[in-house]
Design a protein around this ligand. Structure first.
Ligand code: GUN
Ligand code: ZN
Length: 435
């Protein structure tokens, strides 16, 4: 729009800190609020009565009263190339990879296929209120180009990278240590820091990389400050046993990544189910983040993530859908499953903690909390507009709620993409639910 300002009115909730540490003081709530956006960034959020009086005449104002507006959701672990194998029956991790994942990823040798899936994938994220994601592409460099191109067109924040995989996989998906490193370096130069896009070195997991490939990935991570590294660790017990055989000298599965310089700020490891406290301390001390992927952990029968222990040790934790082992693009559904995972281990997740994980907590885990995650002035104005009356059941159950905590909890337990009335990226509407 030609006007540099735009304003949005509705009920706002966002976090200034972690409710696990700061309780109710962590959250800011405006029952009738106005968010002012200037050039895609937050100018101000405050009570409507105060903000509207000083809004320059002619500022476009979108009225979302009756809806709940939160910062855009942040998905810290997802595979775009697995969009078409979501809901594939019957296997645990290693056979699931062989039977479904590798054949699906092979199709990304075709750039036209990659472009078509990337467009669908980005639209699906936005329609679920997710405005930032940390994503795996495939081993093919052009699959990364396709994903970044699709995200760039939608002005999303996206961190992604080419899978590094030079052993224990089909020939048609295998790179080499040298070629994988050279292709990663070229992709960093092409994409990292362009618009809102950032690069992540992406060794799939320790079993599918030779020690030489692991060494080169760690070296690239050290040589490119600001670049991310994403992988998987300690998801499944058969996987962990395999790693122990492949790397007999390592103290633990996590120790493999550590030895190759792959822990640290901007390193994000999915799952982390079968760790000990020495591993957790190492994760905390290095500033490494964990992506908690409850729907995938339940779907593959992998195990239950110990969020309480991670929190107690001060580990950065974000939330991941882990499509296609995960079963929903919806962060609301992912929060619902996170709550149930914690129930099974005698822990709990408040609605405030849940929505913090999906917004500011995720941003903090990615070292992006200076740019996204809440509505402080200067932040990128990405937000999701949730409809507490999206379905007859949601409307009925929401009507019985008295506190904000109850209303948020109902939304995360019963909500999904139907509850997303609109999604804004850099202030502008990027998804609007059909009436
Ligand atoms: N471990 C190695 N690759 C994968 C993958 O694609 N999905 C999941 N869930 N775990 C993995
Ligand atoms: Zn994964």
């Amino acid at each position: 729009s030609p006007h540099p300002l735009r304003a949005v009115r509705g009920e706002f909730v966002h976090f200034l800190a972690d409710p696990a540490a700061y309780g109710d003081n962590a959250l800011e709530h405006f029952v009738d609020g106005v968010l002012v956006v200037r050039d895609g960034h937050v100018a101000e959020l405050g009570p409507a009565a105060a903000v509207l009086t000083k809004l320059p005449a002619g500022t476009p104002l979108t009225d979302y009263r009756g809806k709940l507006i939160l910062p855009g959701f942040i998905d810290t672990h997802i595979h775009y190339a697995q969009t078409d194998i979501i809901a594939s029956h019957g296997e645990q991790l290693l056979t699931w990879l062989e039977k479904y994942t590798f054949p699906a990823e092979a199709r990304f040798a075709d750039p036209a296929h990659a472009a078509e899936v990337a467009a669908f994938f980005c639209d699906e994220l936005l329609k679920n209120g997710t405005t930032t994601a940390l994503a795996f592409a495939t081993v093919h460099p052009a699959s990364v180009d396709a994903l970044f191109t699709a995200a760039q067109r939608r002005r999303m924040r996206l961190i992604a990278g080419k899978v590094l995989m030079d052993r224990h996989c089909p020939d048609f998906l295998r790179d080499t240590a040298a070629r994988g490193a050279a292709e990663s370096k070229a992709l960093i130069e092409r994409w990292h820091g362009r618009d809102r896009l950032l690069y992540a070195l992406t060794p799939r997991f320790a079993p599918t990389s030779t020690p030489e490939q692991m060494r080169l990935a760690g070296r690239l991570f050290a040589e490119h400050p600001g670049v991310y590294l994403q992988s998987h660790v300690a998801e499944n017990r058969a996987e962990a046993d395999w790693v122990a055989r492949l790397y007999p000298e390592a103290r633990s599965y996590l120790g493999v990544y550590d030895r190759f310089g792959q822990l640290g700020a901007r390193a994000v490891f999915a799952h982390c189910l079968w760790l000990d406290d020495a591993d957790r301390r190492r994760i905390a001390d290095t500033g490494t983040a964990i992506s908690f992927c409850p729907t995938a952990n339940l779907f593959l029968g992998s195990g239950l993530f110990d969020l309480g222990r991670a929190r107690a040790l001060g580990i950065r934790v974000g939330l991941g859908t882990d499509i296609g082992a995960g079963t929903s693009f919806s962060m609301l559904q992912t929060l619902s499953e996170a709550y149930k995972v914690l129930q099974l281990s005698g822990q709990t997740l408040s609605a405030a903690s849940a929505f913090h994980l999906a917004t500011l907590g995720g941003a903090h885990s990615l070292y992006l909390d200076g740019r996204i995650g809440n509505f402080l002035p200067g932040k990128e104005a990405d937000f999701v507009v949730l409809d507490p009356r999206a379905t007859p059941l949601l409307a009925r159950r929401s009507a019985g709620c008295t506190t904000l905590g109850e209303r948020l909890f109902v939304l995360m337990m019963l909500g999904d993409d139907r509850a997303v009335a609109a999604t804004h990226v850099l202030g502008e509407v990027t998804w609007q639910r059909p009436e």
